[in-house]
Design a protein around this ligand. Structure first.
Ligand SMILES: [Zn+2]
Length: 199
């Protein structure tokens, strides 16, 4: 039946390629776009295109930055550049920033080591992190999630940093095992960060 609606079929196909969009929601999202006011839809597409054109990854911390400006975190002189907080994704960086209780800098790994999904250390920003940790860095906080992959990734990084003089710490137990930082409330994240323990 959809064969007679090639435009709709094409839209559904495009949406089906969006990761994290549950397949049962694809039709609802298609409806949402199709019922959207033409002007709002134009603004939506423009915002997407503009973000794609204007944003790039910082080559130091791997958080997003505007192409025509320095990284908002790395270029901030008020931050403590001797402390690096290592997170899996930038969503977790945003979560930690929202606590207002951290003034160091970050390093976004881009995921976790997961042999089952074909993700090895070389697919993450682990090498640039190791290269970043010089004598000026006093502490590296491994704030990966407390999942088997997150813990294994933290252990891998800790072993690679053994030779450095930096203190390696990780978040306190307080965040439920198996959960993502992204979905925690601010107080829980703040407590876990302020009560971090040696790795
Ligand atoms: Zn940066």
């Amino acid at each position: 039946m959809l064969a007679k609606l090639p435009s709709l079929t094409k839209l559904i196909k495009v949406l089906q390629h969006v990761p994290y969009l549950a397949s049962k929601n694809v039709y609802r999202v298609a409806t949402h776009f199709l019922e959207m006011d033409t002007e709002r839809l134009r603004q939506f597409c423009q915002a997407l295109e503009h973000a794609k054109e204007s944003i790039t990854l910082c080559t130091t911390c791997y958080f997003w930055q505007e192409k025509d400006a320095a990284c908002a975190v790395c270029s901030d002189a008020r931050r403590n550049h001797a402390v690096i907080c290592v997170v899996e994704t930038w969503q977790e960086l945003v979560t930690i920033e929202k606590t207002g209780g951290y003034d160091g800098v970050y390093h976004v790994l881009g995921g976790v080591i997961s042999p089952l999904e074909g993700v090895g250390p070389e697919n993450l920003t682990i090498d640039p992190l190791i290269a970043r940790v010089d004598t000026q860095v006093h502490e590296v906080i491994l704030a990966t999630n407390q999942t088997p992959e997150g813990e294994a990734t933290a252990a891998f990084i800790a072993s690679k940093l053994k030779h450095t003089s930096a203190v390696i710490s990780c978040l306190a137990r307080g965040i439920p095992v198996g959960s993502s930082l992204e979905f925690m409330d601010r107080v829980t994240v703040y407590k876990a960060l302020s009560e971090r323990r040696p790795f």
